[in-house]
Design a protein around this ligand. Structure first.
Ligand code: NCD
Length: 316
């Protein structure tokens, strides 16, 4: 079993076993009443959490901050990169080495793939990758797993359709590495320019996970239990014309859902642009706002696990 205390989580590769996932889920579930205000704790009142976001964020940043406050921790952050010493030319390594002098846990989002791995190698304090370019987004993947359990009670035997920008979508990358523990069927749907990077096909083959792929949602919609939709990642395209030609490739609407199972669950890490029509929001299977709420519970759990303070919230 993984030792969570002081962990520097930069990739979901670091989660080796299903029991590690179960532990996070158990702690997150125990923390829901604290997040909702039905119970109170200030167990992290002596902790300072540094939050560094060098890329836009609403959900991830706010849910991390909300999670910290719900546990009584203090958050230090920047108003934006322009107010950081990086703007004066400081290296990321130097900034991190300084920030850890002032804090007990560091959260970072950065546009460069690999920056989180670098941070993990430098820091001696616990660390959470909140997204590194088109690399990974481990805490999102963990809240996605938590959401799958809450929506479906089990993950085994699900048919999961992953659709949109599979090339640059970091949430998909981190999630696939966690899905390797389950017996599932995957349907990959993307324009051919936005197929998954090769290493994820290798991973599926290594773990003998059954997958099929297509450019058309229609090929799988009738069989899907879960449809996980992603935004075409505009900011990652070297060629803006290519983005323009692909941006509205998929639009999920009520007409499409008529072909789906009655109990289909629709997930999206958000933000959405046009890929899910707002007429889906009232569908009982539209889980994306519930998914965003789950981010607070899972991030609270991670903060407690990484500081070694989870034990009083779970039975041994
Ligand atoms: C995602 C991200 O930043 O990777 N958003 C999030 O954290 N919930 C997805 C996206 O930006 O498309």
């Amino acid at each position: 079993m993984l030792s969570f205390k002081n962990l520097k989580l930069y990739t979901t590769d670091q989660i080796f076993e299903r029991c590690d996932l179960n532990k996070i889920i158990k702690v997150a579930s125990a923390l829901e009443p604290y997040a909702k205000g039905d119970k109170f704790t200030d167990i992290l009142k002596d902790k300072v959490i540094a939050s560094l976001f060098y890329e836009p964020s609403t959900r991830t940043k706010f849910s991390f901050h909300a999670a910290a406050y719900k546990l009584g921790a203090k958050v230090i952050t920047e108003i934006g990169p322009k107010f950081s010493s990086m703007y004066k030319g400081e290296t990321l390594s130097d900034t991190l080495k300084v920030v850890e002098q002032y804090s007990d846990l560091i959260i970072m989002r950065h546009p460069k793939e690999g920056s989180a791995k670098l941070a993990a190698s430098i820091l001696s304090k616990p660390f959470l990758n909140a997204g590194d370019g088109s690399g990974e987004h481990p805490t999102q993947a963990l809240l996605d797993i938590y959401t799958l359990y809450k929506e479906k009670q089990t993950i085994d035997n699900l048919n999961i359709l992953l659709c949109g920008d599979l090339k640059f979508g970091r949430t998909i990358h981190s999630l696939l590495k966690l899905l390797r523990f389950f017996k599932i069927n995957l349907f990959f749907v993307s324009p051919k320019q936005l197929r998954l990077p090769k290493k994820y096909y290798d991973l599926m083959n290594e773990y003998k996970i059954h997958f099929e792929e297509s450019e058309k949602i229609d090929d799988f919609i009738e069989r899907a239990d879960i449809m996980y939709v992603t935004r075409i990642q505009k900011e990652r395209f070297p060629d803006k014309e290519e983005y323009e030609s692909l941006k509205d490739y998929y639009i999920i609407n009520r007409t499409l859902l008529q072909k789906a199972k009655d109990n289909i669950t629709i997930m999206h890490p958000l933000p959405r642009v046009n890929e899910i029509s707002t007429d889906i929001d009232s569908h009982k299977g539209a889980a994306y706002f519930r998914q965003a709420a789950n981010g607070v519970y899972v991030r609270m759990a991670l903060m407690l696990l990484l500081t070694g303070r989870e034990s009083q919230f779970i039975e041994p």
